[in-house]
Design a protein around this ligand. Structure first.
Ligand SMILES: [Zn+2]
Length: 155
């Protein structure tokens, strides 16, 4: 059963007031990485929202397909276990289930990225603390790492 993603409030990009400058209460040695000043956060908010929308559609489509395939599989008589069609059905279902899991993971990542935008900690590599290049964020707006750290982590 896929977890139902909470419907994100539709934030209006246009007319969103700039957040009031936060008076720093923290000591000079500030540990929390801040979203780079020159980052177009409104643009990335929109980008992430669009991708979340798309991913939600993907999830509901896949859920429907899996349900259909599962129901179809029930129509295959039990003694036809070695029927090649039965195999096709289970392979297809496994593929769809894998796709669904991937879609759910990316939806969670997108929601987390959206949260980082809200909390002003977006666009900073969580490993080395440097600003993630805009070009990378445009391709993977949900990323938490710069290219180098992402490749280090994959090893
Ligand atoms: Zn890094």
């Amino acid at each position: 059963m896929p977890r139902k993603a909470p419907t994100a409030p539709r934030t209006t990009i246009r007319g969103t007031p700039e957040p009031a400058p936060v008076t720093p209460q923290t000591p000079p040695t500030q540990q929390t990485p801040q979203t780079p000043q020159d980052l177009d956060t409104a643009y990335f908010a929109r980008l992430i929202d669009e991708r979340m929308e798309h991913t939600r559609e993907q999830i509901s489509t896949l859920t429907a397909v899996i349900r259909e395939v599962t129901l179809a599989a029930k129509d295959i008589p039990a003694d036809d276990e070695h029927d090649p069609e039965g195999t096709t059905v289970s392979v297809e279902r496994a593929n769809e289930v894998a796709l669904l899991a991937a879609a759910e993971t990316s939806l969670i990542e997108l929601m987390e990225a959206r949260e980082r935008l809200n909390t002003d900690s977006y666009g900073i590599c969580e490993r080395c603390g440097t600003a993630i290049p805009t070009a990378r964020l445009e391709i993977r707006p949900e990323t938490r790492f710069c290219v180098e750290c992402a490749s280090v982590r994959r090893r």
